[in-house]
Design a protein. Structure first.
Length: 303
């Protein structure tokens, strides 16, 4: 069927007024121009759309059917227009962002600062580990990803915006607590509580341990920073976590940072997305906010 939007718009006008003349006036067309378009539409459909009984015209049953579809088509077009307007309008837009588990401690604050600026915006936040973030980048599922070092094998834009120091934690009554310049070899005899294998923190820790030829016993593996800190506070072992997850625990003296050789492991937080991706206006606004807030955030998290 070769039907144009213009023909459908003319058809809708005639069907609503049930008059070629009134439809022509509304559309600022001549009556013959309206008749020609309706004739073409009837040719495409293969059935008459109007019938004249006496002086009045009526829709045929094919005309009734076409009116139903054509109203739906224009309604969908209106909805698409509204959706595109929303995408342009940051204040009502939706941002889909995925962050590393460890980054959730500051990412939620950045989101809160963003929502202060754009209270009617919607944020879909996914908190997950490095392995899942890489899969999400591969499938281009998210507007923006916040992670540790982006994988080199992928063609990504990855911009570092904040340091992410990884430190060794212990309960305050641990024999190594308060000691200065602890040799990394000392850790060989300490049981460890670690993140799951797909975690970036875990990968960084294993890299350092392999480089130093040590392999402390893994006592417990937990896919959650909060639970790891509970386990360490309960004396199940030492752990390596981002300094950024420790703000309250250090204040409350529930945990202490050990002064171990080669620590903190210096990592960075990156904002990443696939190269060539066209960031939506809301994603660009969020990216700008992340870079603007990062220095303040870093200060607050390390104090
Ligand atoms: P994660 O942190 O350990 O929560 O995956 C991400 C990273 O440091 O790469």
């Amino acid at each position: 069927m070769h039907v144009t939007f213009r023909q459908l718009a003319i058809f809708n006008a005639v069907a609503e007024k049930l008059s070629f003349t009134e439809a022509a006036n509304t559309l600022h067309l001549t009556q013959p121009a309206v008749s020609v378009q309706i004739k073409r539409l009837e040719d495409s459909v293969g059935l008459p759309l109007f019938e004249q009984l006496g002086k009045k015209i009526y829709l045929t049953s094919a005309g009734e059917e076409l009116l139903h579809y054509s109203r739906n088509i224009f309604q969908e077009l209106d909805e698409a227009g509204e959706m595109f307007a929303q995408m342009q309008d940051i204040s009502r837009g939706t941002l889909s962002v995925s962050v590393a588990t460890t980054a959730s401690s500051f990412a939620t604050r950045m989101i809160s600062a963003f929502l202060k600026q754009y209270p009617a915006a919607t944020i879909r936040l996914d908190v997950t580990n490095r392995g899942t973030l890489i899969r999400q980048l591969e499938s281009n599922e998210k507007d923006i990803v916040i992670m540790g070092k982006p994988p080199e094998h992928m063609d990504l834009v990855g911009e570092a915006f904040m340091k992410n120091p990884l430190v060794v934690i212990a309960p305050p009554d641990h024999p190594l607590a308060g000691k200065a310049n602890i040799s990394i070899n000392t850790l060989q005899n300490e049981p460890f509580v670690v993140r799951e294998p797909a975690s970036g923190t875990r990968a960084a820790l294993e890299k350092l341990f392999a480089w130093c030829h040590i392999s402390p016993a893994i006592q417990v593996e937990i896919a959650d920073n909060e639970a790891i800190k509970e386990a360490v506070a309960a004396g199940l072992g030492l752990s390596v976590v981002s300094r950024h997850t420790l703000e309250l625990d250090l204040q409350a003296r529930r945990l202490v940072i050990l002064d171990v050789e080669h620590f903190p492991i210096a990592r960075n937080w990156y904002l990443a997305y696939r190269r060539g991706k066209r960031l939506s206006p809301i994603a660009l606004a969020f990216k700008a906010l992340v870079f603007e807030q990062a220095p303040k955030m870093a200060e607050a998290l390390s104090s």
